[in-house]
Design a protein around this ligand. Structure first.
Ligand code: SAH
Ligand code: DHB
Ligand code: MG
Length: 223
């Protein structure tokens, strides 16, 4: 069982359950045309983000790692009227492509794209005492995941959800001797979560068009 069948099944799920969507497919095409890497969430993963956001009636969503705004479009579509996505991106060129894609999706008014190192922007948001976010999607640089998780906790409330992408990494998350900083980042997240009573969390392994990986879901507990 390998990549070909995982990709066929993702194509099948996309055709049968998720549906094809010109705006989303156009966003991927524009991102590729500008040389952005093809690492956006898959359509079934985008739909999972939507379902989780809707299940918790998220009105304020924070995303770390915008790229071309593909996952941002999914998240923004899950918002009720008056809801908002704040998405953080290091690379100005990525942010520009994302803004174009969001305009094309008619979602630019609901989304705030903030350019700069996510750590700095997160500290600004904390200093501004912004209204807590209901859902945080962490999908930027992996070595800083533990720092992002700590800031996400400061920017949420009991009942909020924190989702972290790419935490299984072909199974390398289980290798304590890995010297890959990405693996060390996701292992450090698990170390923190193991000693954390402020959230309840699990990690789910996934296969699909993006290979073998997984995500962590953490819910902020009532004190
Ligand atoms: N969420 C996107 C994919 C994000 S890829 C989607 O699914 O469609 C990761 C993104 O994080 C890249 O665009 C990269 O430029 C950005 N990134 C990397 N380091 C960052 C940092 N320190 N701060 C903010 N964004 C960063
Ligand atoms: C990479 C980043 C991602 O967020 C992802 O989902 C897949 C790959 C990467 O940096 O290679
Ligand atoms: Mg990712």
């Amino acid at each position: 069982m390998t990549q070909d069948i995982w990709t066929s099944v993702d194509d099948y799920i996309t055709s049968s359950l998720v549906g094809h969507d010109e705006v989303l497919e156009g966003a991927l095409e524009r991102s590729a045309a500008h040389g952005l890497p093809p690492i956006s969430v898959s359509p079934p993963q985008g739909q999972l983000l939507v379902l989780l956001a809707r299940a918790m009636r998220a009105r304020r969503i924070l995303e770390l790692g915008t790229l071309g705004g593909y996952s941002t479009i999914w998240l923004a579509r899950a918002l009720p009227r008056g809801g908002r996505v704040v998405t953080l991106e290091l690379e100005p060129t990525h942010a520009d492509v994302a803004r174009q894609n969001l305009r094309r999706a008619n979602l630019a008014r609901r989304v705030d794209v903030r350019v700069g190192p996510a750590l700095d922007t997160l500290d600004q948001l904390i200093a501004e005492h912004v209204t807590p976010f209901d859902l945080v999607f962490i999908d930027a640089d992996k070595p800083r995941i533990p720092d992002y998780y700590a800031r996400a906790l400061a920017l949420t409330r009991p009942g909020s959800a924190i989702i972290v992408d790419n935490v299984v990494r072909d199974g390398k998350v289980a290798d304590p001797s890995s010297d890959d900083p990405n693996v060390q980042g996701v292992r450090a997240l698990h170390d923190v979560l193991a000693h954390e009573d402020r959230v309840s969390a699990t990690t789910i392994q996934t296969v699909g068009s993006k290979g073998y990986d997984g995500f962590t879901l953490a819910l902020v507990n009532r004190p």
